[in-house]
Design a protein around this ligand. Structure first.
Ligand code: GLA
Length: 713
């Protein structure tokens, strides 16, 4: 809900416009005085409906001290250089001759839609012939606000920085939580102290990247997963991006996100940022997790269509790599279906001459050496096993050793003497002809075969970041989605190199990481849950001997970690012994029985007192049931585990809780832990305040605690 109020100012000559945005758990207030760009003057808990917004505005006015300018320069949605803003400006623009332009933007109009949830505020500078708009969309129930800025000019200009609407950060926060990562280690969280001056994180890799996920959390003092106040930010763009966090000399703090921009770019008359998604939580980091998970589910993914229930995947990559043999794959498909798989994804290696990663990208035709009768013999077999069929592509790439490159050496992004990545170059998707070629090749395969799913890979960084390429990628996705709405797409980029809300508007699953190591995946899934709902987060049971970490982990851990997200497996099923098979089938059965409510619920992170454990709880939307996963990552320092406090439950409801895998208690467990042999019925309040005792656990094992609302409560 967005409301506009206009007040005359003291001198009676001018007006102050104040916009109040309310979502379920937050209020954001922006004010624009005397026609200046609006500034966020309040962003915290919901305010009473009758709050006097002019008084609120007046309460935010600050003093001026010696050595300061005579007036405080506004921290507006685009802090201006002309206002002597004492930090990084929100807009840096030059004319074609390189002369800095300092617009004096003045209010023109504000347009609020009938639903009162979408506001476009327009400013202009008539002298420089520049228009500036700030667009704000509020999603009430999920508690997320989406904002973007746009600049249009009559004469072409050079824009070296345009931030999405700039927001203040709270002073009662000692640090931010940034996200970094690497191949097989996505979504690492780094606490970064607030310090005087600007900190810049810039991703020039041309994709969202493993290294610089465009997200930020700003917890305030004392915030943990379950309680406290925190702010969440995510920039929804799949190309190069930049984040600035800054403490100004007067103590104010700002957060900026925007596209990475070339200084040698072409002059343009229009620049727009991607949406910046933000949320405020007064219920700890989990409030952010709930907001973003719900928003992705309801607003980002839903319009493009996500079919529930999410089928169990089988992916053949780590089973066969490039060694495709139809009979072998058919045998694997039979086994996979017997284990419970519902969709078979044929990974890399199926197209013309692709026997390793040095050739063939770009030649999207079935390899007749491996598939003399095309893909149909395999697909028919897969379907006869009751599974749907998915196919791997990496459309944006080309190998030097390919017909495509031989025919079109000019389709590359960048020069031919650039450093290759995984032996490949990137195609220039800003080029319509390239996009048409890729569309036609993919469409031909979708027309020829009953393909219900595409795993869309992207295995190297761009030679330089290039927004036009990313726009081209979006166009190709959109065209395919429009023509083949029933075909789902997974965003993979050497694992999680392209995960963001921009790509998620066009895809239905992300491959979080190439790591199938269940321990690594535990912390990655836990951290990524701040942004991603479970049903779109792919998670597979890999080979017993993990190919990316060298570890041997027990099947129970591998199976349950996969079952806790969108489940799949990708080992050669022949390697499974009887015990592993039965543990896996049990977890698959559980996944199928529970996915209905799991995939409409939320994943919340537990604050565990033992640093050797990581835990999460998944709670149904009606809070009637839950499952908690408590993973013993390493051996604990103390001899006994500490009680596990749950979160996200209804305090006054009584839950009957059971330890689903009590039989797996370590042989060393000798004490009378009640959950080892019976269920307990306890209130949500008790489960959240004091918690429950679990038996001792060996490292690399996990507890599955299930809870149902007691029918008598
Ligand atoms: C990437 C993906 C893997 C697999 C291979 C195939 O590494 O992340 O899952 O598809 O490419 O080459």
């Amino acid at each position: 809900m967005i409301r506009t109020t206009t007040y005359p100012t003291d001198d009676g000559q001018h007006v102050a416009v104040i916009w109040r945005i309310d979502t379920n758990c937050q209020t954001m207030v922006l004010s624009s005085n005397r026609g200046e760009l609006p500034a966020v003057i309040y962003w915290k808990d919901r305010l009473p409906a009758d709050e006097d917004l002019l008084a609120l505005h007046d309460s935010t006015l600050r003093d001026i001290n010696g050595g300061m300018l005579d007036q405080q320069s506004p921290l507006s949605v685009a802090p201006q250089r002309l206002d002597s803003f004492p930090g990084q400006p929100g807009l840096i623009v030059h004319n074609r001759d390189g002369k800095a332009l300092m617009p004096r933007l003045r209010f023109v109009q504000a347009q609020l839609n009938d639903a009162n949830d979408h506001l476009v505020i327009t400013y202009n500078d008539p002298q420089l012939q520049m228009n500036f708009t700030c667009t704000i969309t509020a999603a009430f129930s999920s508690n997320v606000i989406a904002l973007h800025n746009e600049l249009t000019t009559d004469a072409p200009v050079l824009v070296s920085w345009l931030a999405a609407p700039v927001l203040p950060a709270p002073s009662d926060s000692s640090h931010t939580l940034e996200f970094s990562g690497r191949w097989c280690g996505e979504f690492q969280i780094n606490p970064v102290p607030w310090q005087p001056g600007a900190r810049v994180r810039e991703c020039l890799l041309g994709r969202t990247s493993h290294e610089h996920f465009p997200g930020l959390v700003v917890p305030t003092q004392g915030c943990n997963n379950a309680a406290g106040k925190a702010y969440g930010f995510h920039y929804g763009w799949s190309g190069g991006h930049k984040m600035i966090t800054e403490v100004l000399p007067d103590g104010r703090r700002q957060v900026q996100f925007g596209q990475a921009r070339d200084t040698d770019q072409l002059a343009t008359t229009h620049v727009a940022t991607a949406p910046l998604y933000v949320t405020y939580s007064n219920s700890g980091l989990n409030g952010i997790a709930r907001a973003f998970q719900t928003y992705v589910r309801d607003e980002v993914i839903a319009p493009s269509g996500l079919k529930l229930p999410r089928p169990v995947h089988y992916n053949c990559w780590e089973a066969v790599y490039f060694n495709h043999d139809v009979a072998e794959l058919q045998a694997i498909a039979t086994e996979a279906a017997a284990l419970g798989a519902e969709r078979f994804v044929l990974d890399d290696g199926w197209f013309k001459g692709r026997n390793d990663d040095t050739t063939s990208l770009g030649d999207w035709e079935v390899d007749t050496a491996k598939y003399p009768d095309g893909l149909m013999p395999l697909i028919s077999h897969v379907q006869s096993c009751g599974m749907g069929f998915g196919l791997w592509f990496e459309p944006e790439m080309v190998n030097q050793d390919s017909d495509l490159y031989r025919d079109h050496p000019d389709w590359l992004l960048g020069p031919t003497d650039q450093i290759k990545g995984r032996n490949q170059w990137v195609l220039d998707l800003a080029n319509q002809t390239v996009r048409d070629y890729l569309y036609q090749r993919i469409a031909a395969l979708l027309d020829a075969y009953p393909v219900e799913y595409i795993k869309w890979d992207h295995n190297r960084v761009l030679p330089f970041h290039n927004a036009e390429h990313t726009q081209g990628v979006y166009q190709l996705f959109d065209r395919l989605r429009e023509a083949y709405p029933q075909v789902e797409i997974e965003s993979c980029s050497s694992g999680g190199g392209r995960i963001d809300f921009g790509i998620l508007a066009r895809t239905q699953r992300v491959w979080l990481s190439d790591s199938n190591d269940a321990l690594e995946r535990t912390w990655m899934q836990n951290n990524a849950a701040l942004f991603l709902p479970s049903e779109i987060t792919g998670s597979h049971v890999g080979p017993r001997h993990c190919h990316t970490s060298g570890r041997h982990l027990p099947m129970a851990l591998r199976a349950w970690v996969a079952a806790s997200r969108h489940m799949g497996f990708e080992m050669d099923p022949k390697e499974l012994d009887e015990q592993e098979r039965s543990i896996l089938v049990d977890a698959v059965t559980w996944y199928k029985e529970n996915r209905d409510w799991l995939h409409r619920g939320t994943v919340q992170r537990l604050d565990l007192d033992d640093p050797a454990q990581i835990g999460e709880i998944q709670v149904a939307v009606d809070q009637q049931r839950f499952v908690a996963f408590i993973t013993q990552m390493t051996a604990s320092q103390q001899s006994l585990p500490q009680p596990v406090r749950l979160t996200g439950l209804a305090p006054d409801k009584r839950y009957c809780i059971t330890l689903r895998n009590a039989a797996q208690a370590a042989t060393l467990s000798r004490g009378p832990v009640a959950l080892k042999d019976r269920s307990l019925t306890l209130s949500g309040a008790l489960l959240m305040n004091q918690g429950i005792n679990l038996p001792v656990a060996f490292p690399e094992t996990l507890w599955v605690v299930e809870g149902h609302k007691d029918t008598n409560s």
